[in-house]
Write a protein that binds this ligand. Structure first.
Ligand code: AQP
Length: 351
């Protein structure tokens, strides 16, 4: 059985990186796979514990899901807090995973900064909750941006260690499923989930600095295109995007050492659903002053309708809440099926 799971935190305005790295793929996948998409509100507590508008931010991400084309008839759409099995499984994974594994995560190192002793335990354990989000549905595929690759490797490590630690109980209860590990076929309870990190824009960079990821938390609004930006703001940000003085190269090799050019070409390719080679075939040798207006037109044509639709949906919070409540009920049924077995495997007296 193949099942897709992914989530986004309600930690601020969604941007073009979130759209190209995650959301756009969520929409495509729902036509082929059984898909579960979550607004991971529990994760967002690791960024800001006391939120004045967590509920509204949660609704805003759900509105973005719907505005981008996720269909609650096809995909399960809900927020994490409605399904407490995520947190329950995360606790068990906290006991499976090792502190050393968490300490090595680059996201933890970046977000904790120098004063690691003072970072919250939640920030350290973030990947364990993420593994629980995915594995409570025994999801096989997770569409994410490149920045989440390391967390997905850790998810596989946790699944593998759980499968090994409890192998005798899993076999005794008959809960093992055959899976391939490299050339070998092994039996385990949790699948070794595959990340889906593909296409020309798996890591969209800041428009102000080609060495930094486009991010919700960058203090400069000019560094990112928000899904809520209007046509003027989108065009202005692309016009002001940092570039070098050379014209666009005539082949991919010419992008070497030109991160800003590489970023804009990747964005164009992803928005137009073409390869970077095709973008270069069209714009190679031309100046950024030619390329930027074409990119701005494309970005406006894609994002402006999404922004409008987000505003329309957000104006009806009761509808959004209903989608999340219904989705939560459907998700909880699957999550509880897994947790019943997990409690049994671990030997918890909870029937
Ligand atoms: N720049 C990016 N390029 C491609 N994909 C990206 N993602 C995030 N930034 C980029 C992907 O978006 C999804 C949502 O991730 P999240 O809600 O966990 O947010 P994040 O990664 O914390 O997003 P930000 O903007 O980077 O937030 P801050 O500033 O708080 O760090 C994920 O699939 C992610 O890979």
């Amino acid at each position: 059985r193949q099942l897709v799971f992914s989530g986004i935190q309600p930690t601020g305005n969604l941007h073009l990186g979130n759209y190209l790295g995650a959301l756009k793929k969520f929409v495509t996948l729902q036509d082929t796979y059984e898909c579960i998409y979550c607004v991971v509100d529990l994760h967002s507590l690791t960024a800001t514990l006391v939120h004045e508008d967590l509920a509204d931010q949660t609704r805003a991400i759900a509105a973005a899901y719907l505005a981008c084309g996720l269909d609650p008839e096809k995909s399960i759409i809900f927020n994490q807090a409605r399904v407490p099995q995520h947190a329950e499984l995360a606790w068990i994974f906290n006991c499976v995973a090792r502190i050393g594994w968490m300490n090595r995560m680059t996201q933890f190192k970046d977000k904790a900064g120098k004063d690691r002793e003072n970072a919250s335990l939640g920030l350290l354990a973030y990947p364990s909750l993420m593994a629980a989000d995915i594995l409570v549905y025994r999801a096989t595929h997770v569409p994410v941006g490149e920045d989440q690759k390391q967390h997905l490797e850790l998810t596989r490590d946790i699944a593998q260690k759980f499968n090994n630690d409890f192998s005798a109980r899993i076999a005794e209860l008959g809960y093992g499923v055959e899976m391939a590990v490299g050339e070998e076929k092994v039996s385990g309870f949790f699948p070794l989930t595959e990340p889906l990190i593909e296409g020309p824009a798996t890591r969209v960079m800041s428009l102000r600095d080609g060495s930094k990821k486009m991010s919700k938390s960058d203090p400069s609004d000019l560094s990112r295109i928000n899904l809520t930006d209007d046509a003027d703001a989108i065009a202005r940000k692309i016009r002001k995007a940092k570039t070098d003085p050379e014209p666009l190269p005539s082949d991919l090799a010419g992008l070497e050492g030109r991160p800003e050019a590489e970023n804009l070409i990747g964005i164009y390719a992803a928005l137009a659903d073409i390869s970077r080679e095709q973008v270069i075939a069209e714009f190679g040798g031309r100046q950024f002053s030619d390329f930027k207006p074409a990119l701005a037109d494309l970005a406006v044509a894609t994002l402006e309708p999404i922004g409008k639709e987000m505003r329309r949906i957000a104006a009806d919070p009761a509808y959004v809440d209903k989608v999340l409540r219904d989705g939560g009920e459907r998700a909880a049924v699957i999550a509880e099926e897994t947790m019943k077995k997990v409690r049994e495997i671990v030997g918890l007296l909870a029937d």
